[in-house]
Design a protein around this ligand. Structure first.
Ligand code: B12
Length: 229
């Protein structure tokens, strides 16, 4: 399938082609692949397509309906493109999507750990890698600087109400305990306060229903604890 046709198929799902890379020979997740093309979402495009194809009433009682929809739709596109689909949640061991992404497009580790994109800010994610047996021609990475270098204030680091994110890392149990508690209602309703404080890509912020959906998914993956490590 030619790349423009692939982009059109993904576009119908609100997904984007994020670039590609040549996997290393020791990259077990991509064994046998000559090229990986990464597929991701940014802003609310995927959310609109997911709600069109998988309306909220039909999702009741289904564990991780977004994951199922992505596997069905992107899996079908991969088959017709004669590629193998690799998904971020397959594991452990998980495929190194963030490491791959830094080689495929100009994204960089933000102070929060998640990768920042110069246009989409923190409002993007990776949904699949398409592994092609052939070595395809890829454009060079554009020389775009890290957006956090020129951000003096770093409001993301001051925005978490329970300081779960710091230069020392991400305290997942502390974050989840807060998000589950009464005081965590704004995080549940609108998404992570630290991500929302980032000035980059504000127009791509997830709408509240999408942010709440992802936050619910995040909580569902973690055991309920009192927040201490
Ligand atoms: C396990 C996991 C989690 C765990 C985290 C456990 C922990 N203690 O950190 C939990 C469930 C808590 C979690 C939460 C979230 N996650 Co998560 N998670 C993953 C998952 C499935 C595996 C990560 C992993 O272990 N990879 C294996 C290693 C080998 O892969 P890697 O790419 O080489 O990893 C490297 C990078 O992480 C890199 N790195 C990370 N930070 C930094 C910083 C610097 C300075 C450098 C140099 C490198 C670096 O170092 C790693 C080792 O090389 C990935 C998907 C995936 N397959 O990668 C998503 C993923 C990392 N998560 C993602 C997201 C968006 C989230 C959430 C924000 C989701 C939400 N609901 O809103 C939350 C909150 C995170 C936050 N506030 O920071 C995205 C990040 C996208 C992006 N823009 O970067 C990913 C890629 C999934 C996706 N579909 O895109 N997550």
């Amino acid at each position: 399938m030619p790349i423009p046709a692939l982009e059109a198929e993904l576009g119908w799902l609100g997904l984007r082609l994020c670039g590609g890379l040549y996997p290393d020979s020791d990259d077990t997740h991509a064994a046998g692949a000559g090229t990986l093309l990464l597929v991701g979402n940014a802003g609310d495009g995927m959310w609109a397509a997911f709600n069109r194809d998988c309306q909220p009433a039909t999702r009741v009682g289904i564990a991780d309906p977004l994951d199922g929809w992505i596997r069905r739709t992107v899996g079908a596109i991969a088959r017709s493109a004669e590629a193998r689909a690799i998904f971020p949640a397959d594991g452990p061991p998980f495929a190194p999507f963030q490491r791959w992404a830094m080689r495929a497009e100009p994204v960089y580790p933000s102070p929060l750990g998640v990768l920042i994109h110069p246009t989409f800010g923190l409002w993007h994610a990776y949904r699949a890698a398409l592994a092609f047996p052939d070595v395809l021609t890829l454009p060079p990475l554009p020389p775009i600087p890290h957006p956090c270098t020129s951000c003096q204030e770093k409001p993301c680091l001051a925005a978490c109400p329970v300081v779960a994110l710091s230069p020392d890392g991400y305290d997942v149990p502390h974050c989840a305990a807060h998000v589950r508690a009464a005081a965590g209602r704004p995080c549940r309703a609108f998404g992570c306060a630290a991500r929302r404080a980032c000035p980059v890509g504000k127009s791509y912020r997830y709408p509240p229903d999408q942010a709440a959906f992802h936050m619910q998914g995040f909580l569902a993956r973690l055991p309920v604890t009192d927040g201490t490590k």
